[in-house]
Each structure stands twice: as structure tokens, then as C-alpha cells.
Design a protein around this ligand. Structure first.
Ligand code: 3PG
Length: 306
């Protein structure tokens, strides 16, 4: 059995060692492809492997076609918009993710970003505190719930909207429930996005919702670039000179938004929500264990395309 770790953005070395150890104990061979630049390099590396671990690496039709022995792909992380699930299914390859494993790292970044932008991106200007402010959480999954926990500990009021989570489960955490997105946005001084990039959400965050936010409000995006309607975001930041946007995924129109918003805007240079040693260890080792459990016991827990 041969497994490949294919990560354009490498895991921490300690996580790679941990993954290798799990595979070595199972008697599997391991190859590592890091910081690669082209799909062709990925295609070459998957040619003879049975299993692949990826992060946000794009598993395209071409990659699937090149991987003649492939039986399983595990996305070490939550979002799987980088996997062509149909192509994988058609080729008889099972796809999995590792939900929750990097959630704390992303949640910590969301909180850090709120504080950073509230302090004028660490310029000497007078900022504001987050204590006492209302944080809206759009999608109360593994990350949203952790952001809510941390925000409450910092003295924020928290309100959430998630049509897929029963209201009672959210309320049991001491979090208020918004009846719809209009209510969520109109009550949120900070709005933290935790939705996946799927057809229903792509381009869904635009002027209609953002214009409802209170004076001085801030949109926090540790989710996906694709969920934002970026031209509308630029317009509303120009119209509403009180609104702020902080994101872990640079917008396509970053220069325009920078020019419009100045220190009301910040984007990390590279997606870094899950970029901690702990998150890499949690998600990377979970991925390796899921691969071994799949081959040794037929375990398909966390399968995305059964
Ligand atoms: C995820 O979906 O798990 C996060 O966006 C992290 O992605 P990354 O592993 O590519 O940093």
C-alpha cells in the first residue's frame, strides 16, 4: 500500500512525522509532495498511490484520471470544495474529510482578527473593544460553536443563525438564535462567517445583507472567498465608511478594496486559519488513521461520496 501526502501548503514537520509513523506501523509506503506548483506535478505524484491526504489542494478530474490505483482521498480539514466528488465517485474512489480537527485554530484566528481590526490593524489610532459587542455567527458548526464559546468568554453577546442546527441546541450553549439572516446581520456588530462554499452560498454575502449591519460593524471571513459578492462588498465599503471587512482569504479585487477601505480592511497574505502545529497534527493524523481504518477495517465514517 502506498500513501501520498500532497500539500501545496505543507503541514508542520511534526505532523508529517506523525502521519509517516501511522503509515509505517500499518506497513504502508509514504511519499510526500509539498509546495508543488502545477497540477502536472500532482498528477505525476499520484500515479502509483492507493491513498492521498490533501489540504486545500485541488483534486481535479485530471488528478483522478492520473491516479490509476487510487482508492481513497482524505481532505485533512473541513471544507471539501477542492475535491471533485463526482469524478472521485465515478472512479470508485472514496473521499473523506476530518471535520472538527482544525476547528479550534480557525476559531482562534476569527477572534484574533476581530481584535486586530478593532484596534485599527495595530496603528496608533483609537480603537474599540469587543467586550459588550454583539457577535453574529453564520453557521453554527464545529468552528462557529468554538468562536461563540471564545466570544462569550470575552464578554461578547452572541447570536447565531443555522437552519441545519436545532434552535434548542444553539440556545443550550447560551447563544441567541436569529430567525433569519436579516435579523442576524441587523443585530451583529461583528459577523463571523462559517458557511461552506456550495452553490447555495457562493456570492451570497452582498449588499443586501451587509447594508443591514449596525454602524461600525465588521464582517469576519475565515470561511471561503467565494461566498462573498466582492463587487458589492467594494461598493458597500465605499458607501458605508463605517463598515469593516477582515478576511483570511484575499478578495480577487483586493487592490480596489484596499484603496476604498484602508485600515477598515485586512486580508491575511495566505489562508492561515488552520495553520497551527496543533491543527496540522489533529487533522493530518486523523486523515492517516482514517485511511488505515478504511483499508484494514473497511471503515467509511466521514465518507463524503459513498
Ligand atoms: C478547512 O476547510 O479545513 C480550512 O479552510 C483549512 O484549509 P487548509 O488546510 O488548506 O489550510
Amino acid at each position: 500500500m502506498k500513501a501520498l501526502i500532497a500539500t501545496q501548503k505543507p503541514f508542520a514537520a511534526v505532523a508529517v512525522e506523525g502521519i509517516k509513523k501511522i503509515f509505517a506501523e500499518a506497513g504502508y509506503e509514504v511519499a510526500v509532495l509539498e509546495k508543488y506548483e502545477t497540477e502536472a506535478e500532482f498528477c505525476e505524484a499520484v500515479k502509483d498511490v492507493d491513498a492521498v491526504i490533501v489540504r486545500s489542494d485541488k483534486v481535479t478530474k485530471a488528478v483522478v484520471a492520473a491516479a490509476k490505483n487510487l482508492k481513497i482521498v482524505v481532505r485533512a480539514g473541513a471544507g471539501y470544495d477542492n475535491l471533485d466528488l463526482e469524478a472521485l465517485k465515478a472512479a470508485g474512489v472514496i473521499a473523506m474529510n476530518t471535520p472538527g480537527q482544525n476547528a479550534n485554530a480557525v476559531a482562534e484566528l476569527a477572534i484574533a482578527m476581530m481584535i486586530y481590526i478593532s484596534r485599527g490593524c495595530f496603528t496608533p489610532a483609537t480603537g474599540c473593544e469587543i467586550m459588550g459587542k454583539t457577535l453574529g455567527i453564520q453557521a453554527y458548526g464545529n468552528v462557529g460553536k468554538r468562536v461563540a464559546d471564545k466570544a462569550k468568554a470575552l464578554g461578547m453577546k452572541v447570536i447565531a443563525f443555522d437552519p441545519f442546527v436545532p434552535a434548542e441546541a444553539i440556545q443550550a450553549d447560551g447563544v441567541a438564535v436569529a430567525k433569519d439572516l436579516d435579523e442576524l446581520y441587523s443585530k451583529s456588530d461583528f459577523l463571523s462567517l462559517h458557511i461552506p462554499a456550495i452553490p447555495a452560498t457562493i456570492g451570497s454575502i452582498g449588499a443586501n445583507l451587509l447594508s443591514k449591519m449596525p454602524k461600525g460593524a465588521c464582517l469576519v471571513n475565515t470561511a471561503r472567498q467565494e461566498v462573498i459578492n466582492e463587487p458589492e462588498l467594494a461598493n458597500i465599503l465605499a458607501e458605508r465608511t463605517d463598515l469593516k471587512y477582515i478576511t483570511d482569504v484575499a478578495p480577487a479585487n483586493i487592490e480596489e478594496i484596499k484603496a476604498i477601505a484602508g485600515t477598515r480592511f485586512f486580508a491575511t497574505p495566505k489562508k492561515m486559519g488552520a495553520q497551527t502545529a496543533e491543527a496540522n497534527i489533529n487533522a493530518g493524523l486523523a486523515a492517516a488513521r482514517q485511511i488505515v481504518a478504511f483499508f484494514e477495517e473497511g471503515c467509511t465514517r466521514f465518507a463524503l461520496n459513498k
